[in-house]
Design a protein around this ligand. Sequence first.
Ligand code: 1PR
Length: 593
Amino acid sequence: KDHKPKVYILDYGAGNVRSLANSIKKLGYEFEWINDESDFDKAEKLLFPGVGSFSQAMTSLQNSGRYEQLIKYIKSGKPYFGICIGMQVLFSESEESLESKTKGLGVIPFPIRKFSTEENQDGQGGEKKTVPHMGWNNAWKSFKSEGEEEEKKLMLDEEDYYFVHSYAALLKNGKEEYEKEKENVKDFSYTLSRYGSEIFISSVKKDNVFATQFHPEKSGPAGLDLLRRWLEASPESLSAKSVPNTEKQWQLTNPNPLRNKGDGLTKRIVACLDVRSNDQGDLVVTKGDQYDVREKSSQGGEVRNLGKPVELAQRYYLDGADEIAFLNITSFRSSALLDQPMLNVISKSAETVFVPLTIGGGIKDTIDPDGTKRSALEVAGTYFRSGADKVSIGSEAVLAVEELINNNYQKTGKTAIETISAGYGNQAVVVSIDPKRVYVDDKNNLPEKHLDCLIYGDKAISQTNLNGEEKGKIWWYQCTISGGRDVRDIDVVQLSKGVEYLGAGEILLNSVDRDGSKKGFDLDLIDLVKKSVSIPVVSSSGAGSSKDFIEVFTQTRTEAALAAGIFHRKEVAIEDVKLDLEKNNLPVRRSNL
Ligand code: 1PR
């Protein structure tokens, strides 16, 4: 009875598979990597955490000879668990590889299609939908079927899981189309999820094959529980023949009425750790006011020390943070790859923190002191292998967009954003922006190129929360580099559009003015950027209380809100922020730790 099945993981070297390995270890199981064909024979259970793109995954399966081996394994009837792209490859084809015409494994006769950015976010005529679908969403059973009991053991209805993808097994709209598509999947059990008005298959099971579009290894306790159920189940029970769906009616609405509003995603709360070495050389979490992280000179002028990075990351995970970001705030002074302590912070954190991790600071082409050249792609790859899910690019992104504008929007293919998003997918590339407000007396003195970035205080959203302080004023948002030290002649709208064009998948939007101020988020800045792009925006800087989170989620369309100081100083608990958001009918992930 105590025999633990031999678990294998199939990896083709594209992105963060460390987290899956860590979560299996955390659950008390051993595993091996698939190294050669004989490993497929030895495997009693196989996990395939596909990352990157569909065609990249299929091409590397084919080139490495794994394609036939994988098909053979699946046909053998032994349990398979595919994650994200590891689910999509089971399907017949994907819109993502229309050009290369790469086919999928064809286990599920159904196509993968791209989410529409054209439709309105919530069907009520707001802004366009953000793609990728990134964040926490839930999944519900599509049918009441005889097979339900068996599948129920794996998937639970009410949990939220972490998704990040631009393509999905989308159901075509329209009743007739539904009827047709239903035929193709009638032998499968699956859950559905909703993004905007689009419904897609979020997990699927037939006989020995189980797969999820979301990442259980990044889905906190709910994801770990799902993995645990799959690991604990005997291979025989996992591979038992599924009972075909008998129910005629599709269940197309979320059974949880609260989850039928908005785009379907929960509002993400991100905890941010600004990390640097203090004057004693220890890596500490620090926190600035308007980016100044030192105590006043009358108090000794030391770098503020708010704790140890790994410990704090663990604390925030347990408190229910939906994501954790580490910003290596002085990294632009040294080579990121030589920064072993920072790599250790990521790999140590990834051992116990099962929500997405972002690492920023120094993601750019660098030269080691011994003259060795390191590309940004190499630097990012090292972080991904240590357990990071996304890298965040700051200064380098500003320089890249300046160059893009000077070159009349001709891409070079060589910037950090382009190379990393080509290698690891755009969902893995965050751009962190550090803008400053610049007040102007007269808009006529402002160069025309910045006019799209102009805010009139009288019409400002934030005039409501700043007691009329901004009345009569006009300002724009200028970008900075090197942690706010140097201002550049580029505004936040130009930068946001430019980085999206280059392939960034998310924007982390700070504000030098609001950082550490507890005055609330700069709603005008956030609204401006959100309206300029269709990638997710994480709003940062200035959070002072739950009220500020409610405000940013009701007054702008931001996907996520980030805070540092109030969490570090334990002034506000993440759990309380979430409770308050919920009271205001804003959906949040509740982690039952
Ligand atoms: O330019 O690619 O090496 O990246 C450097 C990164 O470090 C950038 O993301 C930049 O934002 C960040 N950074 C550089 N210097 C500082 C500093 O504080 N001196 N920190 C810095 C940025 C801002 C937020 C902060 C929020 C929330 N800190 O990360 O956590 O403002 O704070 P609050 O809730 O307390 O208001 P590169």
